[in-house]
Design a protein around this ligand. Structure first.
Ligand SMILES: *[C@@H]1O[C@H](CO)[C@@H](O)[C@H](O)[C@H]1NC(C)=O
Length: 285
């Protein structure tokens, strides 16, 4: 069969191509004849093998398809994020979201320091207390005997924060530390600003570098086109108002909110935590 196709192709080619020299045609015919010398059994063995491979590939794809096609969102969330009780218990969904990339129009998150702007950021879950991660999820989530554990009589499990909310907490700290806001929050002296200035600086640079790593880890491969502005003298400007495929953030935030450990007010029982069972670092790692 393959041989016939080959010949068809040659014939069609010579009909179409007027420039083909007789020499070339002779060579091609000779090559064709040599191909025919291949023993028939070798050809059918090759065919059989390729059919077998196709069948195996199809069977593999088929057996995996029913597992993944069921919930692409769930598969994507679990494949692209470290194992976590959140992806086990929350239905992560993706949808298209239009970013507000406005250059000049303010949004509440960009405003100068004020109680309203703080409230908007706070509503994103940037200051939630740690959650309790039950023992059953610990190993997959990367929690080991080196991690702090709550005593069983207080509910057990591991205190932990959702990384995505930590990133937002960090971004919020960068906002508060920007030169036009810094004095306001320093005077207020809450949260990170309770510390001495050199510690605040360390905190800020920690946050900066976490956000750098996060952005590199999830590097967005979308593109920013350009638009025209200025009706008098049309000028290109980058179009930051782009569409993105986003997780259902608010559902994830709600989960973290609901699973917070009880408010302590500095009154946690002295024996709330189990004593260290693994490594104790000589300095903050
Ligand atoms: C972004 O938000 C601001 C403030 O709400 C609004 O004025 C502006 O039109 C928005 N831009 C886009 C592209 O949605």
């Amino acid at each position: 069969m393959k041989d016939e196709h080959y010949e068809d192709a040659v014939d069609a080619e010579s009909l179409l191509s007027h420039s083909t020299s007789t020499d070339d045609q002779q060579k091609r015919i000779k090559r064709n004849k040599e191909r025919r010398k291949l023993p028939a059994c070798a050809l059918s063995a090759g065919l059989l093998a390729s059919h077998l491979l196709t069948a195996l590939a199809a069977a593999w794809a088929g057996s995996h398809w029913w597992r993944y096609a069921g919930d692409v969102d769930d598969t994507c969330a679990k494949w692209t994020t470290h194992a976590s009780p959140v992806t086990q218990e929350v239905a992560v969904k993706y949808s298209n979201v239009a970013y507000n990339g406005s250059f000049f129009h303010q949004t509440i998150y960009r405003g100068d320091a004020s109680p309203e702007v703080d409230a908007a950021w706070s509503a994103l879950g940037v200051d939630y207390r740690a959650m309790r991660i039950p023992e059953e999820y610990a190993e997959a989530a990367g929690l080991t005997k080196n991690h702090v554990k709550i005593r069983d009589k207080y509910g057990g499990g591991y205190p932990a924060n959702m990384e995505g909310l930590h990133h937002l907490h960090c971004l919020n700290l960068l906002r508060k530390s920007s030169w036009y806001n810094f004095e306001y929050y320093k005077k207020m002296g809450e949260g990170p600003f309770k510390n001495e200035e050199h510690v605040v600086k360390v905190h800020i640079t920690h946050c900066l570098d976490i956000i750098r790593q996060q952005l590199m880890c999830t590097a967005d491969t979308g593109v920013l086109g350009q638009v025209w502005w200025n009706t008098e003298k049309p000028t290109p400007f980058v179009d930051f108002n782009t569409e993105h495929r986003c997780k259902n953030f608010d559902v994830l935030r709600q989960w973290a909110e609901k699973h917070q450990l009880p408010e302590a007010d500095g009154h946690l029982p002295k024996d709330y935590l189990e004593p260290p069972a693994g490594v104790v670092y000589p300095e903050i790692p």
